[in-house]
Write a protein of this length. Structure first.
Length: 294
């Protein structure tokens, strides 16, 4: 039976790891927050005392970390995981990081005979819990086939985006579109309500019309329109505004590297940075609605 080392048990990582356990994989887990490790151990995972301890005897490593610096710190250098893994090991790096950082880790893994995929996800905490995530994968197609059963235990849609780093490029493109949609929806909702429309009525009209988009279908930012959306729960849960700001920053880095023009993405980044300055970084990214309400 395959043994997986899972590193990073945050809002996304913990439910992803639980789904691997449900699928019958042996799991060794580590997180800096010991309570998360203990929580997963109740479901049958082996608790590891460190990331290096977690990979002992593991065939596959799955990591879900906050940012590029955490991923590089985990894998690279004499004390990194790549130095501890045996040749032929498989690494599935599911964090959202800079494409260039992903390529750097890919290169270091290849030098040690380790197969690695950058595989950021979309679908939020609800998708992680339900096992319906979308994986955007960069790396060799043959490596993806070796890892497919693991991805399928955590997700519903598995896309091979292209070579090393391509998964990260796809992810930042996707999240830039998501942020722009959310901002456009929020400002239109505020304008309509200010002009006397009922928010639920306006939302349904736009949803069924040419302005329809994912935020109107699944994630309306106006409180009370969708019972289970974060906006109706004080903007709690979901995908934090600070993470959206991070991803928009990565999108701008990618745009600069390729000479792409992304004025909407640049504006979205500034609005989310404004939310961070207002102390709303830990709230769901739909809290951008509050920028448009007097």
């Amino acid at each position: 039976m395959i043994t997986i080392a899972f590193i990073g048990l945050g809002h996304m990582g913990l439910p992803m790891a639980r789904n691997l356990l449900k699928a019958g994989f042996n799991l060794r887990a580590f997180d800096l927050l010991q309570a998360a490790v203990e929580d997963l151990a109740k479901d049958g995972a082996q608790a590891a005392s460190s990331a290096l301890d977690a990979v002992q005897g593991a065939d596959v490593v799955v990591s879900m970390l906050p940012a590029s610096r955490h991923v590089e710190g985990l894998y690279l250098g004499d004390n990194g995981l790549l130095a501890a893994l045996k040749p032929g090991s498989l690494v599935l790096e599911c964090s959202t990081i800079a494409p260039e950082a992903a390529r750097k880790v890919h290169q270091a893994a290849a030098a040690r005979g380790i197969e690695l995929l950058d595989a950021p996800v979309s679908g939020g905490t609800a998708g992680a819990a339900a096992g319906t995530l979308t994986f955007m994968i960069g790396g060799a197609a043959t490596t993806l086939e070796k890892a497919r059963a693991i991805f399928e235990a955590m997700g519903k849609n598995i896309f091979h985006a292209g070579p090393d780093g391509a998964g990260q490029v796809a992810k930042v493109c996707n999240n830039q579109v998501l942020a722009v949609q959310m901002i456009a929806t929020a400002e239109a909702m505020a304008m309509g309500v200010a002009n006397g429309l009922e928010p639920a009525v306006l939302a349904e009209i736009m949803r069924q019309s040419s302005g329809g988009n994912w935020t109107l279908e699944k994630y309306n930012p106006w409180p009370g329109v969708m019972e289970n959306a974060p906006a109706s729960k004080g903007y709690s849960g979901g995908f934090m505004a600070e993470l959206m700001a991070k991803d928009l920053g990565l999108a701008q880095e990618a745009a600069q590297a390729s000479g792409s023009s992304t004025p909407m993405g640049a504006l979205a980044l500034q609005l989310y940075r404004l939310l961070l300055k207002q102390g709303k970084g830990k709230q769901d990214f739909s809290v951008v609605q509050q920028l448009f309400i007097d």
